[in-house]
Design a protein around this ligand. Structure first.
Ligand code: PLP
Length: 322
């Protein structure tokens, strides 16, 4: 746990230092209709189809220790999401990147989450035909978000398999398009809360494991990591896990994962840009094996944060604000 101590302590120090800053955007910033505003003052036009019908695609890259992590991979996924539902970002990539870096710089945040949303646009401009609307872009930057609070990474979180709701089928909403149609995911959060758990796992209609609200799922069985190949967002953190497993000689398979496997596995962890690798040590109220984060989970945890020092995955943001 030495590297966990080091990484989380350094993060806490950066947060404490940030709290002494004086930027008017220290708590977050939004870019709406070409203007920058403090995040909590940001408003979206009520007639935007993004609000009205969740007709949008989005992505959410992170900044860690003053560097954007895999930003181009996130923008590639955003472009792919947009292509699949016939949206187009009104800004070219370089301009988007320039504005995002400027936004992070203005907040002074060394650890942040950026959110980029492309919506269909306003309905009252040219009528209902989705192909005729002028697509909108909204961006904001806020302090780094954790799906599992850092102090809970030591003991791990508590998950459950949702019984009252399935993940919406890919034939209805394509999960590889990063979207905000979270009706099924929110129902699963409510069910988990009722059962005293934090992280619901959703299955598809065939009894296979898919994903949960904001995360991909990974199981260790016989020393091999399995992660579902269908019904899921192709997470950028999951891609990092695939990359680091390859580099460290850990076997990983992207495959059909029948839900029974969660009850037979040795370890469980989640992956998400919002917190990285999240150990799960309790399932359906019972401990997973000895109820502690497992050795493979911890190896992946360490390697994931090490990747944040790899110049191939990151670039430094130039800060104008302290
Ligand atoms: N699955 C869903 C439904 C998500 O919303 C997310 C992230 O928000 C993920 C998986 C994990 O993706 P990433 O690793 O790119 O954050």
């Amino acid at each position: 746990m030495a590297s966990m101590d080091k990484i989380l302590a350094a993060y806490k120090e950066r947060v404490a230092l940030h709290e002494t800053g004086t930027s008017p955007f220290a708590k977050g910033i939004a870019w709406i209709e070409n203007k920058l505003v403090p995040l909590h003052e940001a408003r979206i036009p009520i007639l935007d189809q993004g609000f009205w019908h969740s007709d949008l695609a989005y992505d959410a890259p992170a900044v860690w220790n003053g560097r954007f992590f895999r930003l181009d991979d996130h923008i590639d996924r955003l472009d792919a999401s947009c292509d699949k539902i016939l949206l187009k970002s009104p800004l070219p990539r370089d301009e988007m990147k320039r504005i995002l870096c400027d936004m992070v710089s203005k907040t002074g945040l060394r650890d942040a989450q950026a959110v980029i949303i492309v919506t269909r646009g306003l309905t009252d401009v040219r009528g209902w035909d989705p192909r005729k609307l002028v697509n909108n872009l909204y961006m904001f930057v806020k302090p780094y978000g954790w799906l599992m609070q850092p102090e809970n990474h030591y003991a791990g979180g508590s998950a459950m398999v949702a019984r009252t709701v399935h993940r919406i089928p890919p034939g209805a909403i394509d999960p590889t398009v990063k979207n905000l149609q979270w009706g099924d995911l929110i129902r699963s959060v409510l069910e988990a809360q009722d059962c005293g758990a934090t992280y619901p796992f959703l299955t598809d209609q065939e009894g296979n494991l898919t994903e949960g609200p904001g995360f991909n799922i990974h199981l260790v069985v016989g020393g091999v990591i399995y992660t579902p190949d269908r019904g899921v967002l192709q997470g950028i953190t999951r891609r990092s896990v695939l990359d680091l497993c390859k580099a460290n000689g850990v076997e990983i398979r992207v495959d059909v994962v029948p839900v029974d496997m969660v009850y037979q596995c040795e370890e469980i962890f989640l992956s998400s840009t919002a917190g990285g690798i999240l150990p799960i040590t309790k399932l359906d109220g019972a401990p997973v094996r000895d109820g502690k984060p497992g050795p493979i989970t911890m190896k992946v945890w360490d390697a994931y944060w090490e990747m944040h020092d790899d110049a191939a995955c990151n670039f430094q943001i130039e800060y104008t604000s302290p």
